[in-house]
Design a protein around this ligand. Structure first.
Ligand code: SAM
Length: 219
């Protein structure tokens, strides 16, 4: 993906350490110290932050982490929280892979993946956020009863994800092939990509847990 450089991004991020943490690859930050004991939800690939901003506003009883790897993108999310601050959110500029060493295992209640990059070429499959390597990370991060929610406009990525999750023994709670037909749009928290792509075709959504897989671990 080609990204436009945002001139002030680095400075804006540096100036708001209370709202955003940078975790460069190969380093770790102990995020435990920065979160509290409220239920913990995590969005990976948060983009410009519309989803996490609305969700955190609707749920002051929960704590949210939102991870995005590009500074020129996450700075747009940061600007939303500068304009309308929320004490229950921490933005993280990092590749999702670094979370393994930054969060306590089995500490997350919900993981949201919204409109993840499809990486259509087979040679790039490892970059897909629903590749088995990432599922393994999510299994480590989620509590045994924790939930993974995934939505996309990309049918191929959705089918790929059903396969990888199935291969991982995940338990599907909901599989929806047209989210905006199944639910009143006002009841949905839309992302920037969702607003753009729901006009062009169906939005697919699934909710799944590792519950069975965790239980097998205990046998
Ligand atoms: C297609 S955009 C969707 C953004 C937003 N979720 C939405 O629905 O509007 C996907 C985002 O995921 C981010 N992303 C992809 N892989 C990532 C990774 N491994 N770690 C962190 N962010 C990632 C990209 O930088 C991009 O901003």
């Amino acid at each position: 993906m080609r990204l436009r450089k945002v001139k002030h991004a680095e400075d804006t991020i540096k100036n708001h350490p209370d709202k955003i943490v940078e975790i460069p690859r190969g380093t770790t930050v102990n995020l435990e110290k920065k979160i509290d004991d409220r239920p913990l939800d995590l969005e990976i690939g948060a983009g410009k932050g519309q989803f996490i901003h609305t969700l955190s506003k609707n749920h002051p009883d929960r704590f949210f982490l939102a991870v995005e790897r590009y500074d020129s993108v996450i700075v747009r999310a940061l600007e939303k929280f500068i304009e309308d601050p929320r004490e229950n959110v921490l933005l993280i500029q990092a590749d999702a892979a670094v979370l393994k060493d930054s969060l306590k295992p089995h500490s997350v209640d919900t993981i949201y993946l919204n409109f993840s990059d499809p990486w259509p070429k087979v040679r790039h499959a490892k970059r897909r956020l629903t590749h088995p390597q990432f599922l393994s990370l999510y299994k480590t991060l989620l509590k045994p009863e924790g939930v993974l929610e995934f939505k996309t406009d990309n049918r191929n990525l959705f089918e790929y994800t059903l396969e990888t999750m199935n291969g991982f023994g995940m338990d599907f709670k909901e599989v929806c092939l047209d989210l905006h037909k199944a639910y009143e749009p006002e009841t949905l928290i839309m992302t920037e990509f969702e607003e753009r792509f729901s006009k062009e075709g169906p939005i697919y959504k699934l909710t799944a847990t590792f519950k069975e897989a965790h239980n097998e671990e205990n046998l």
